[in-house]
Design a protein around this ligand. Structure first.
Ligand code: GNR
Ligand code: NI
Length: 176
């Protein structure tokens, strides 16, 4: 059984936690990976960082394939190179549902990480994968993409998210 996890929503302060390195690639970690993948696929996202499910370890899952069948697992990822050339692209985040805005990112990155068997892998990425890797790496250091936007836009987003949250709570009254 791979039960999906709850995704933290901005402005939850736990999204600003800095993740610690994963200590061991073991059964516990592989179970967490499977649950994160299930969570990402269910939410129809292209990536998910452990921070978003309130686990503060350096772990990311990604799938940018159309067919949703090419999972990438990055454990203790480090960006070893980022192209100086940048590009403004539209981003969204499962922790900030319904909000999309432009963020400048490196066009290409090289990332070194362990895979789910604990083997070191190096990934060279460009396009959507490069954007996604940079977005997920930010989550691991407690950064959400809206922090790149103006204070004005961020304030508006925060208000909208809190309102949405209150509405959710109102609709989720237990039946008695
Ligand atoms: O599903 C997601 N889509 C997306 C689109 C553009 C740039 C980044 C992303 S990542 C996001 C999933 C997510 O919130 N990952 O942290
Ligand atoms: Ni995100």
């Amino acid at each position: 059984m791979t039960a999906p996890l709850t995704i933290l929503r901005y402005p939850d302060p736990r999204l600003h936690t800095v993740a610690k390195p994963v200590a061991a690639v073991d059964e516990r970690l592989r179970d967490l990976i499977d649950r994160m993948l299930a969570t990402m696929y269910e939410a129809q996202g292209i990536g998910l960082a452990a921070t978003q499910v309130d686990v503060h370890e350096r772990l990311i899952v990604i799938d940018v394939s159309e067919e949703r069948n090419k999972p990438l697992v990055l454990i203790n990822p480090e960006i070893t190179w980022a192209s100086p050339e940048k590009r403004l692209g539209e981003e969204g985040c499962l922790s900030v549902p319904g909000i999309y805005d432009g963020v400048e990112r490196s066009l290409a990155v090289r990332v070194r990480a362990l895979d789910r068997s604990g083997q070191e892998q190096t990934i060279e990425a460009e396009g959507l994968l490069a954007v996604c890797i940079q977005h997920e790496m930010d989550h691991l250091t407690g950064k959400v993409f809206v922090e790149y936007l103006s204070m004005f836009k961020r304030g508006r987003i925060k208000t909208k998210m809190l309102k949405l949250q209150r509405e959710d709570e109102r609709h989720a009254q237990p039946v008695r």
